[in-house]
Every structure is written in C-alpha cells, then in structure tokens.
Design a protein around this ligand. Structure first.
Ligand SMILES: Nc1ncnc2c1ncn2[C@@H]1O[C@H](COP(=O)(O)OP(=O)(O)OP(=O)(O)O)[C@@H](O)[C@H]1O
Ligand SMILES: [Mg+2]
Length: 254
C-alpha cells in the first residue's frame, strides 16, 4: 500500500509547484492508474513516492513504513519502472538483472526461475547476454521490467510502462498487473493511454497542475460528472471525461 500525505514539491528555479499538497492512497489488490496531461506532475509524484526526490513537505509511507524515517526498508518494498529505460548501457541485460537481484539478496535458484519465466513471457531470452546499449528501446524497457520484478516487490510502481512496448508485451504487462493484484499486491502506474486505463484500471487518480482532481472508479467518475451536470456522462469514454475535467481546471492557476 502506498500512502502519500500532503506532498508538495517545487523544483529549484521554478515558480510553481510541480506537486501541490497531494494526498493519495493506493491500496493493495487494485490496479491503480495515474492519469494527467504532460507536465501534470505524474513523474514527480512517482519520484517522490520512490524516495528518488525529497518532498518540500508531506510524507510518503510504503506499507506503513515512512520513506523519511526508514528509506531502505521502504524502498525494499518497491519495484520501479522509470519512464526512461536508459539503464547501465555497458552491462549485459542479464548482468544488470543479476545486479538488482544481488542488491535485494534474491537466492540464486529463485532468481533463475523468475528471470527464465519473465524473459520467456517477454520474448527476450535470446538477447539477455547482449549489452543493454545494443538493445532496442522496447527491449530495454522489458529488461527494466524484469529487473523490477526479480525480487517480487509488494508495490510495483511504473511510469508510462506501455510506451514502446509491442502489443504482445503490453498484453503480458496487463496480465502481470492482474496477477499481482489478485495476490494482494499493489500496482500503481501512470499512463497517457486512456484505452489502457479504461480497460484495466480498477481505480484511477487524475492529476493536473500538481493537484489531484479525482480519485475513484470509472463509474464514480461518470456519476460525479453526471451530478455536476455533464451531458451524457454515463455513456462517455474515459478519454472524454478526462479531457473535460482537465479543460475545466486548466484556467485555474497553480
Ligand atoms: N528536473 C526538473 N526541473 C525543473 N522542473 C521540472 C523538472 N522535472 C519536471 N519539472 C516540472 O514539473 C512539472 C511536472 O512535471 P512532471 O515531469 O512531473 O510531469 P508529468 O505529469 O510526468 O508529465 P509527462 O506526461 O510529460 O511525463 C512540469 O511543470 C515540469 O516542467
Ligand atoms: Mg512523466
């Protein structure tokens, strides 16, 4: 479970808050989508969640563990897939995955089983001994995904994970998300792809200008829009609901 409490972050030399008093709970057992337009604050929120950035104020808890007070224990419970798969280009893919498995002290037999299974699922078993720099973007993304799962973290956090993946790999990602939440784990991912979010997310949060606009199910979003007088809210796609909601807040300053 991820608990973000009143998080704020302003980058140096910036006039506005990238993340503004953001409070959000991502429970275990649901696929949770994080949606927002470019520059909304999704990546910043994810970096704060993983302890890669320090908030100016507010708190992050991972499975009840404070990121500030016990960062190692909190980070141990997170598997992260960044929005940019540029990782250790000189290492071979397998060396990188083993490096991550070493850090998290995954026993040899168990890591081999997991790597074999994931490499087969993502169809990259034949390139695991190639240098990462020589792989395509999608292949690098797959290596990053495998590395994030090799220690079977309770909380799987992904920033735009579907970008660059082929349809088969996207399908496998959704299967893994579904499987992990069925096991009671936490899956939190950002996306621009509304069709993906509409199909697979059990719950959504929508962010714009660093502020959360909505948290809940797609049905709850439809009900909310209908109660606010939006025409045809019950039959609108997530894309339409999203665009309207973001449009309405775009005139509002940070
Ligand atoms: N390293 C940085 N230094 C200064 N400002 C930054 C930095 N990273 C992001 N920002 C600013 O913070 C705000 C939020 O950016 P962020 O990358 O979190 O958005 P995002 O929702 O992930 O966008 P995208 O959909 O394009 O990935 C933007 O106004 C952006 O310009
Ligand atoms: Mg981003």
């Amino acid at each position: 479970m991820i608990e973000l409490d009143n998080l704020s972050k302003t980058y140096a030399k910036s006039q506005s808050k990238a993340v503004d008093a953001l409070t959000l709970t991502v429970p275990d057992g649901v696929i949770f989508g994080f949606l927002g337009p470019n520059g909304a604050g999704k990546t910043t929120t994810i970096k704060l969640t993983c302890g890669a950035l320090q908030p100016d104020s507010g708190n992050v808890k991972i499975d009840g563990i404070s990121m500030t007070k016990a960062p190692l224990a909190a980070k141990r419970r997170i598997g992260l897939v960044n929005d940019n798969p540029e990782i250790f280009g000189r290492l071979k893919a397998l060396e990188y995955i083993n490096f991550v498995a070493d850090i998290y002290r995954v026993p040899t037999a168990l890591r081999k089983e997991r790597i074999d299974s994931l490499a087969t699922t993502f169809q990259i078993a034949d390139v695991l001994t190639n240098p990462i720099a020589s792989l395509s973007r999608g292949m690098k993304q797959k290596v990053a995904i495998i590395a994030s799962l090799v220690y079977d973290p309770q909380n799987w956090i992904l920033d735009e994970p579907m970008v660059g993946l082929d349809p088969e790999a996207s399908f496998q990602m959704k299967e893994i998300m579904r499987q992990r939440t069925a096991e009671g784990k936490c899956v939190f991912f950002s996306t621009h792809v509304m069709e993906v979010a509409e199909k697979i997310c059990d719950e959504l949060a929508i962010i714009n200008k660093g502020k959360i606009l909505f948290v809940g199910t797609l049905e709850a979003l439809r009900d909310l829009r209908a109660s606010e007088g939006a025409q045809d809210a019950t039959s609108q796609s997530l894309e339409e609901l999203f665009l309207e909601l973001v449009d309405e807040t775009d005139g509002v300053g940070r």
